[in-house]
Design a protein around this ligand. Structure first.
Ligand SMILES: [Cu+2]
Length: 281
């Protein structure tokens, strides 16, 4: 008995310690995972903000259902066990109850489905894209193209641990991050050159398959400049775990400066677009 009690106390202490750690851990940093993170990364785009809200909303509904079912189960176990209730009721139908336990779950599902579909369509594509980024998955790195800026192109490889600079996360930092302007609706087109990859940046709510011979579309708008990290999220071969994506979000003027520099370095005429290039051919 004494052994049982002390084990119970140990379990209770462990639960309290876990809850304490969860509270101390607080909200996670934006842009990358952190040790003892207890929830999703801080949302940094309108899509991720809404995903986060929907997640919290469904979690609350779920907690309500769990408490109700546990309560009913506990009540039945204590109130209607063989000792307390030796002659059980023979009731087998209750029309009102049966209608209620059919209709209420349907209403709960509708209450989840409506905001869920609204969010799916919101995520699907942006109404007014201000620029386009093309993302191409390769075994095992990402490359990026800016079709609105004369097809500037970048290859982005994971940095090896020995090349990391101060503060750069292991297995997430890349040699050439893709640079994008803040406060801009960016259309993202994904595809792949070999097998299926998936372009995913958790803090921005991005996760879109990159499929050879096919273009998928998604979009992003980032309000806060900074580094945002993600990883390929489709098992794509032996180095699948080593093809991170890093997005560097900078103020608009800084983006323009970076873009002219990169265009000059790649010998690209800034006026050239896919349309003008096609016309010149
Ligand atoms: Cu991949």
């Amino acid at each position: 008995m004494a052994f049982g009690l002390s084990r119970l106390r140990g379990f209770r202490a462990a639960v309290l310690a876990f809850i304490g750690l969860a509270i101390m851990a607080g909200p996670a940093a934006a842009g990358q995972p952190e040790p003892w993170q207890m929830n999703m990364q801080d949302p940094a785009s309108p899509v991720m903000t809404q995903i986060y809200d929907l997640h919290n909303y469904i979690t609350i509904i779920m907690i309500g259902i769990v408490l109700l079912v546990m309560g009913l189960l506990g009540y039945c176990i204590f109130r209607f066990n063989a000792k307390k209730n030796p002659t059980p009721s023979k009731t087998s139908h209750n029309t009102l109850l049966e209608i209620a336990w059919t209709a209420i779950p349907v209403l709960i599902l509708v209450a989840i489905a409506v905001p869920s579909f609204r969010l799916l369509y919101f995520m699907d594509r942006t109404q007014e894209a201000e620029m386009t980024l093309k993302v191409i998955g390769h075994q095992w790195y990402w490359s990026f193209e800016y079709p609105d800026h004369g097809n500037v192109a970048l290859d982005s490889f994971m940095k090896y641990p020995e090349d990391l600079e101060e503060g750069e996360p292991r297995l997430l930092a890349v040699d050439t991050p893709v640079v994008l302007p803040e406060d801009t609706n960016i259309r993202i087109i994904t595809t792949a050159s070999d097998v299926i990859h998936s372009f995913a940046i958790p803090a921005l709510g991005l996760k879109t398959d990159a499929i050879p011979g096919r273009l998928n579309e998604t979009w992003v708008r980032v309000e806060e400049p900074g580094m945002y990290y993600g990883q390929c999220s489709e098992l794509c071969g032996v180095n699948h775990g080593f093809m991170p994506a890093a997005l560097k979000i900078v103020p608009k003027d800084e983006f323009e400066a970076w873009m002219s520099e990169t265009q000059a370095a790649q010998g690209i005429d800034p006026a050239q677009t896919p349309a003008t290039e096609l016309a010149s051919r």
